[in-house]
Write a protein that binds this ligand. Structure first.
Ligand code: UFG
Length: 331
């Protein structure tokens, strides 16, 4: 019996594999290394001292999925594999629909065929569009403001309709806020191929001199320091949320959605200042124009996850900043 982790070499996937293995679960991993590296698989094994089956395949590859399900007894699937860059999705929407939707369809079809009906999906706070008020609760209206967000919303809808059609399914939709940080060992962390899009990998580039300056996207928002506010969550806390979701899916059918955030909002300048203070390093930055599509404030109300999953984020911003830096220094 094993949990299949798609995209298990990626940033959130690799941290989740570690927590699953540490908790005594058996896992099987599929990843095509589109936005990750084989080293992550080695590091998961090194950190946990445990081995597992790994398949270097694309999740859209139905033959490969068939092989995985026939060679292993898969009881649950955690689905991380997918493209995740908002800007790229606007430039090439078909690439996002093709990959994210087809991979999920292939996976759900294969699961159905093998009678495996516990599914945890990597959704995102992006399904709230530009939230009308904060903190964001799961009951707030859903919308999408870019093709990446559309794929997340379409997959959520697909899951809800699937459960409505067949109530044997146990599906958990996890809506992530902004994951940062890295494993305390410094051996795995966020290591995107190519130019990063998100704030923390860009802070790391500016702090190490790989990039001359970070551009802060706007300081004229209606927030205390004028910069945007987000709910940054330590990736290990996020990984533990998946463990809680798997345990929930083992006991309940349905298709609920849960916010995985801390419930606390920090501005871009809060992140830069905390990073500089904790790591005693400068982050050269300039203030630039607003980035289209950015909400002034987006942070979660995480109480539903606490109540239903028994999960809560424990790690604070200083630890997130220290662990991100530790990973970069070690690599
Ligand atoms: N930011 C900068 N400069 C940069 C990059 C980011 O100032 O060079 C700012 C952004 O304006 C934003 C904050 O840093 O205020 C965080 O930006 P990210 O791009 O890291 O994250 P977002 O909140 O825009 O997006 C994240 C995920 C998406 C998800 C979205 C919705 O990356 O996958 O949250 O909640 F869709």
């Amino acid at each position: 019996m094993a949990v299949l982790v798609t995209g298990g070499a990626g940033y959130i996937g690799s941290h989740t594999c570690i927590e699953l293995l540490k908790a005594g679960e058996d896992i099987v991993v599929i990843d095509n290394f589109y936005n990750s590296k084989p080293k992550a698989i080695e590091m998961i094994k090194e950190i946990t001292g445990r081995d597992f089956a790994f398949y270097e395949n694309d999740c859209c590859d139905r033959q490969a999925l068939d092989r995985i399900f026939s060679e292993n007894f898969i009881e649950e699937v955690i689905h991380f594999a997918g493209y995740k860059a908002v800007g790229e999705s606007c430039l090439n929407p078909l690439m996002y629909y093709n990959n994210n939707i087809n991979a999920t369809l292939a996976l759900l079809d294969t699961m159905n065929k093998y009678g495996c009906r516990r599914f945890v999906f990597s959704s995102s706070a992006t399904v709230y569009g530009i939230p009308k008020k904060v903190p964001v609760t799961e009951k707030m209206p859903l919308s999408s403001i870019n093709p990446y967000g559309s794929t997340k919303l379409m997959i959520e809808n697909m899951c809800r309709e699937l459960y409505t059609s067949d109530d044997r399914w146990s599906i958990v939709l996890l809506r992530y806020f902004n994951p940062i940080g890295a494993h305390e060992s410094g051996k795995i962390g966020e290591d995107p191929n190519g130019i990063p899009n998100n704030l923390m990998p860009l802070i790391l580039r500016a702090a190490t001199g790989k990039m001359a300056t970070l551009t802060v996207f706007g300081n004229d928002y209606p927030t205390p320091d004028g910069t945007c506010i987000r709910d940054y969550i330590h990736v290990v806390d996020l990984a533990l949320g998946h463990l809680a979701a798997i345990n929930y899916a083992r006991k309940n059918t349905g298709c609920p959605a849960f916010n995985l955030g801390t419930g606390k909002g920090y501005s871009v300048l809060d992140i830069i200042n905390t990073f500089e203070k904790v790591n005693k390093v400068k982050v050269p930055y300039v203030i630039g124009a607003r980035r289209p599509g950015d909400a002034a404030e987006c942070y979660s109300n995480p109480t539903l996850a606490k109540k239903e999953l028994g999960w809560k984020a424990e790690r604070g911003l200083e630890q997130m900043c220290a662990d991100s830096w530790n990973f970069i220094k070690n690599n």
